[in-house]
Design a protein around this ligand. Structure first.
Ligand SMILES: [Zn+2]
Ligand SMILES: [Zn+2]
Length: 302
């Protein structure tokens, strides 16, 4: 009997041990928070560094394989990889097994430079990107030097294809509509042990996407999605038509008639410094009481 219980315990603990989880490493839009030239909304964060939000990034950790992957190489990568070690009690290798990148806007890929010759001089870090972004990195300095010196190894992803990284971690790549000056833009489905997570930090508008966001959220357990701006008119000195994003208020309206079990799957992320979700408790309450969530930097999602 004792032996039987032991075996059961072992099976149970190995099941728990096999859990793959997500750790949020940053929640801000490309410019970060506090933001260059921002005084009013950023005042508290300038004074209290603990209020700082790093640029949008996720870590996916497979405990049983002792490996982890990074989603987005942000300008804050130095701090984010340092905090990754602290938040995980230094249980995993310093560098990720691979880096998935959505697109060539500054918040999402420029952190790669820290892996290069002038900085860390990393060896053969796998970088997963769609073909146009691959060609952009290979064909333009300083990124091309990272490829030439084999600091990074480019792995080309295919639209709508699922790849298996470990038995407990697969990812599917979507193409999403966005201002594609230098590359196309990807979104990812991150499939961990028993959980499906959508990750679309940047998209122009939901209605421009070939997939229905309502159905996609229903088909996933969690959705870390574009929360750049709270509402129209948020930018005083720039036309918001030039930088289209689904406003948080728009996405909330779209899901208004859905049950709480669906709304609660949404975790807004990629907040611009003007978005009151970063600095105003009343607005945050409005989103939470309507049944939605904001992704939290430093939090594990199992
Ligand atoms: Zn962005
Ligand atoms: Zn972008």
């Amino acid at each position: 009997m004792k032996k039987f219980v032991c075996v059961l315990l072992l099976i149970g603990s190995s099941y728990l041990y096999a859990q793959t989880k997500i750790l949020v490493l940053g929640t801000a839009q490309d410019g970060g928070f506090p933001h260059l030239g921002c005084q009013k909304e950023c005042q508290a964060a300038w004074e209290d560094p603990s209020l700082r939000k790093y640029v949008v990034s996720l870590a996916v950790i497979d405990e049983s394989e002792n490996k982890w992957w990074l989603f987005e190489a942000t300008p804050d990568i130095t701090e984010q990889l340092h905090h990754f070690q602290q938040w995980t009690n230094k249980k995993y290798p310093f560098l990720p097994e691979g880096i998935f990148i959505t697109h060539a806007h500054i918040g999402h890929y420029t952190g790669l430079m820290q892996l290069g010759f002038e900085a860390m001089g990393a060896k053969s870090v796998n970088v997963y990107v769609l073909p146009k972004l691959a060609a952009f990195l290979e064909g333009n300095g300083p990124w091309s030097q990272l490829v030439d010196f084999e600091n990074i190894v480019i792995n080309r992803l295919t639209e709508n294809e699922t790849i298996e990284l470990t038995g407990d971690f697969q990812t599917k790549t979507y193409r999403v509509p966005h201002r594609d000056e230098f590359s196309e833009t990807a979104g990812f489905q991150i499939i961990t042990s028993g959980k499906k997570n959508l990750f679309i930090p940047d998209i122009d508008k939901w209605e421009k996407w070939e997939f229905d966001i309502l159905e996609e959220v229903k088909n996933n357990d969690r959705a870390f999605i574009d929360g750049s701006f709270f509402a129209d008119g948020e930018l005083a000195d720039r036309s918001m038509d030039d930088i289209p994003h689904p406003f948080v208020s728009e996405t909330m309206n779209l899901f208004e008639d859905q049950p709480d079990s669906v709304k609660s799957r949404i975790f807004f992320i990629h907040f611009n410094h003007t978005n009151p979700l970063l600095w105003d408790a009343t607005t945050r309450m409005k989103v939470i009481s309507a049944g939605f969530n904001m992704a939290v930097q430093g939090k594990f999602y199992e």
